[in-house]
Design a protein around this ligand. Structure first.
Ligand code: NAI
Length: 279
């Protein structure tokens, strides 16, 4: 018995890195998997069938069921074709893992409009479009579903040189929270993971040099948990994984301070009460 026997899962950007490990983990637990990937370079340039085909073949070699799909998550037609591929091949969609991503890193002042648009399109718009298409199918099926998004430490905390990427990943956090609220009544859970792993996206960063303990295989169980019945009705969470460390990101609201009376605060008073307001 697998955790996902009889279930159909879509994993976007599953032709390598974290998405590949997630697709394999879901398939090992019995899911039939749509392996989606445009097969481009790290910056999103180019396209090809090989990456998605190879991972789908890997799953079939393990005795699982998988189809490859090469559409881009960043267009409405592409997102709809990804969901249609699941329905055409396996009859339904139970799980969507929004994982596809690209990088165009530059500091704010050097970020061009094209660099901004490309990163927002794949991460934020792609997550929106795939979620919308998959949620519509899940609603039609009437049996709930599981959506797993991919945010980032960069989105939750900020990171030097990633204005576009951190904005996209923070947007995915907001999208996760709102879709979790909206889809709860349909028994569709929506959670996010914030991974840290050595992949082609990160392998040149100093923190990964000589490190073999931060792998995509460390991330995949978090996606599997959130995609499986073990997740129960937990929704709207950000589960963070870095090697053997499993933790969570939360936005907190401070207790704050009430001013005596109903008059608006003055700017000077805000400065004087800063610690009481923010701590
Ligand atoms: P990766 O580059 O190995 O995987 C991303 C995959 O997405 C690639 O195979 C790429 O071809 C695919 N892709 C890109 N644009 C696409 C599109 N328009 N439609 C469909 N597929 C597309 O990188 P990695 O590290 O595995 O990243 C996976 C996800 O994890 C990304 O969302 C990334 O932002 C996120 N992430 C990764 C971290 C890490 O430490 N590796 C840290 C935080 C977040």
């Amino acid at each position: 018995m697998g955790l996902l026997d009889g279930k159909v899962a879509i994993v976007t950007g599953a032709g390598g890195g974290i998405g590949r490990a997630e697709a394999l983990a879901l398939a090992r637990e019995g899911a039939k998997v749509v392996v989606n990937d445009v097969g481009g370079a790290r910056d999103g340039v180019g396209a090809g069938d090989a990456a998605a085909n190879e991972v789908a073949a890997e799953i079939r070699a393990l005795g699982g069921e998988a189809v490859a799909c090469f559409d881009s998550v960043a267009t409405k037609e592409g997102a709809e074709r990804i969901v249609a591929a699941a329905v055409a091949s396996f009859g339904r969609v139970d799980v969507l893992v929004n994982n596809a991503g690209i990088l165009r890193d530059k500091t704010l002042l050097k970020t061009t409009e094209a660099m901004w648009d490309a990163v927002i399109a794949v991460h934020l718009k792609g997550t929106f479009l795939c979620t919308q298409a998959a949620a519509a199918q899940m609603l039609a099926q009437g049996e709930g579903g599981r959506i797993v998004n991919t945010t980032s430490v960069s989105g939750m905390l900020g990171n030097f040189g990633q204005a576009n990427y951190s904005a996209a990943k923070a947007g995915i956090y907001g999208l996760t929270r709102t879709t979790a609220i909206e889809l709860q009544k349909h028994r569709i859970t929506v959670n996010a993971i914030a991974p840290i792993a050595k992949t082609r996206m990160t392998e040149d960063l100093p923190m990964f040099q000589g490190v073999d303990t931060l792998t995509p295989e460390h991330i995949a169980p978090a996606a599997l948990f959130l995609a499986s019945p073990l997740c129960e009705d937990r929704t709207g969470f950000v589960l963070a994984v870095s090697g053997a460390r499993m933790y969570a990101f939360k936005v907190i609201e401070t207790r704050g301070k009430f001013k005596d009376g109903d008059a608006p605060w003055t700017a000077a008073e805000i400065g004087e009460s800063w610690d009481a307001i923010v701590k």
